[in-house]
Design a protein around this ligand. Structure first.
Ligand code: NAD
Length: 503
């Protein structure tokens, strides 16, 4: 194409994405600045007015049509994810499948969850009819990470759209093409509402512009350090903020899991190594009761030893998507070993960027970075504990509280242990089971963030509640009038006191 830009005109800034696998450039994308971001938000606001005016059933049909289009385009969407993140095509396809489940659930359940609901009244309000309704916020800004560049942001995007909002999405600077593809596929599938989902590309400065753009809520997914910065910007305008941040998820394996140790080991290996460990709710710590600790370690090492990263189609996982992450992983492994941990599989030599072979550690001091900070690599620490109480205490000692898992033959006992964990989501006898159930809210506390995506809570997260009372008749005792005689007021107080004293 001929470049018709006059030589004197300033060229828009761009940035280049690189394949984590080959290091070669993939594409150039514009760095969208405050002006472009503001334009996208203004356009989204206009389009949202038409979207919210539709009957809820029509919005549902539009979103289901988009889901269908994404399903038909699954290979292409997964291909873009795989190219930008380096993950195997099969993993990328699974990510899209999970996303479709969530989008379908959000589309089908928004009307039921958000519709007007009557609520009961009280002693002095029996003359009122009271109800509440969840109304869309308007335009939601979504800032996403690179590790699951479709599944993770769609936990906000799909639910926000289903709740009647428009969305301006800033994908990670490592995965901009994935974000652009999502917005383009929405426009193609829902042509009358083009611009309802817009993607703006760039790194921190574009995200910052989105936080300052006057969006009605900002849903952020990423590291806790960035969340703090973005939240501080949102605080300036009291823009509501939702933070889905990192994790340091623990798995507890009880002595009574002995019959299922193979299943526990299998789940630990997958939870720790899939996506090269670059999973917010990936398994990073395991607390195994002493009686079964050695047997579990043996099984984990056997399985993890057979898992191989690489670029080939049959590799179990790909490279580190973010090149700098390999240094963090190496620091955690080296630090743990020099603090007294034992490497049961691999070690610092497993880090051969961009690939990291599986590392299994044991006896890692609880204050080592490998136990306290998010490693975000294919490394798992399996520490012995005396009993379940110690396991729960250690699991809860982290400043992260995102996901967790418990392996226990007695499912009820497993659920009771789950209830003692601070994590926002817990799987019993599986890992990450909660992430694939669209009706279950997802999110954490402390450094894992706050607020919930997914499920009914995830729909309500992108609404504000309006409470309404409609007076049905004039009450015998109208307390909201200066015309009420003092004696009537006193009688009302006496009556209320008598009733409330009873129970
Ligand atoms: P990150 O914090 O580096 O970046 C996240 C996003 O914020 C990116 O789009 C980035 O461009 C943007 N950003 C960076 N600085 C900004 C600023 N000053 N203002 C506005 N936006 C800014 O995180 P990442 O490396 O992309 O993602 C990995 C992290 O995400 C890990 O901690 C992981 O655990 C977490 N994560 C959490 C979940 C969850 O649902 N809880 C899901 C996936 C990933």
């Amino acid at each position: 194409m001929t470049d018709t830009t006059p030589a004197t005109a300033p060229r828009a800034a761009t940035f280049t994405t690189y394949s984590p696998t080959t290091g070669k450039p993939i594409a150039e994308h514009p760095v969208n600045g405050p002006e472009e971001v503001s334009r996208a938000v203004a356009r989204a606001r206009t389009v949202q007015a038409g979207w919210v005016a539709l009957p809820a059933s029509e919005r549902r049909e539009h979103l289901l049509r988009w889901k269908k289009a994404l399903a038909s385009d699954l290979d292409a969407v997964a291909g873009t994810i795989a190219e930008e993140t380096g993950k195997p095509a099969g993993d990328a396809a699974l990510e899209v499948v999970l996303t479709l489940e969530h989008l379908g659930w959000a589309a089908r359940n928004a009307q039921r969850v958000l519709r007007r609901r009557k609520v009961g009244t009280g002693l002095f309000t029996a003359h009122q009819r009271a109800s509440l309704v969840h109304r869309p916020l308007g335009v939601v800004g979504v800032i996403g990470p690179w590790n699951y560049p479709v599944y993770t942001p769609m936990g906000s995007i799909g639910y926000a759209l289903a709740a009647g909002n428009a969305v301006v999405f800033k994908p990670s600077e490592l995965t901009p093409a994935t974000g652009v593809r999502l917005a383009e596929s929405f426009d193609a599938a829902v042509p009358g509402h083009a611009g309802l989902l817009t993607s703006v590309t760039g790194a921190a400065s574009t995200g910052d512009a989105l936080a300052r753009s006057g969006v009605d809520k900002l849903a952020f997914t990423g590291s806790p350090g960035t969340a703090r910065k973005v939240m501080a910007v949102c605080a300036e305008t009291l823009t509501p903020f939702l933070a889905e941040c990192g994790g340091k998820d623990a798995v507890i394996v009880t002595a009574d899991a002995d019959a299922d140790l193979d299943a526990a080991a299998d789940a630990v290996v997958w939870g720790a190594l899939s996506n090269a460990g670059q999973t917010c709710a990936g398994v990073e710590r395991v607390y195994a009761v002493r009686e079964i600790h050695a047997a579990l370690c043996e099984r984990v090492v056997e399985r993890a030893g057979a898992v191989r990263p690489g670029a080939e189609a049959d590799a179990a996982y790909g490279p580190m998507t973010l090149a700098g992450q390999a240094e963090i992983v190496e620091r955690h492994v080296t630090g743990a070993i020099s603090a007294g941990a034992r490497a049961l599989l691999g070690g610092p030599e497993s880090v051969r960027a961009p690939y990291i072979a599986p590392v299994v550690l044991t006896g890692v001091p609880e204050d080592a970075a490998a136990m306290t900070e998010e490693t975000f690599g294919p490394v798992v620490a399996i520490n012995p504990v005396t009993d379940v109480d110690e396991a729960v205490e250690r699991a809860n000692a982290s400043r992260y509280a995102l996901g967790a898992a418990v392996f226990c033959r007695d499912r009820r006992a497993g659920a009771a242990i789950a209830a003692r964990l601070r994590a926002g989501a817990v799987s019993v006898n599986s890992v990450l089971g909660f992430a694939a159930v669209p009706a279950l809210p997802f999110g954490g506390s402390q450094d894992s963030g706050f607020g919930r995506i997914h499920g009914a809570e995830g729909l309500r997260a992108f609404t504000s509640v309006q409470s309404t009372t409609v007076q049905r008749f004039t009450p015998p005792i109208a307390l909201t009038s200066f015309g009420v005689p003092a004696a009537t007021r006193e009688r009302a107080v006496r009556l209320a006191r008598a009733l409330h004293r009873r129970r």
